[in-house]
Design a protein around this ligand. Sequence first.
Ligand code: SF4
Ligand code: SF4
Length: 65
Amino acid sequence: MSGAKANIEINERYCKGCSICVEFCPTKVLAIDAFVAKVENADACIACMQCELRCPDFAIKVHKL
Ligand code: SF4
Ligand code: SF4
């Protein structure tokens, strides 16, 4: 069973791999892989919205569950 509070959608065409979302995520859901953000630990997401709000390129959307 998943504990995730949201689905994280990353638009790889917008993401420049700057790592800001990784730094601000309080539960380490995100990681950088080949210069693009990816969801590494989906179950840990608490739907805090920080990744979507801090991304300068509008590459992340948080879909609350
Ligand atoms: S903050 Fe945005 S542009 Fe930067 S790595 Fe995360 S998703 Fe990509
Ligand atoms: S919504 Fe919050 S907990 Fe979920 S991935 Fe984004 S920053 Fe991390």
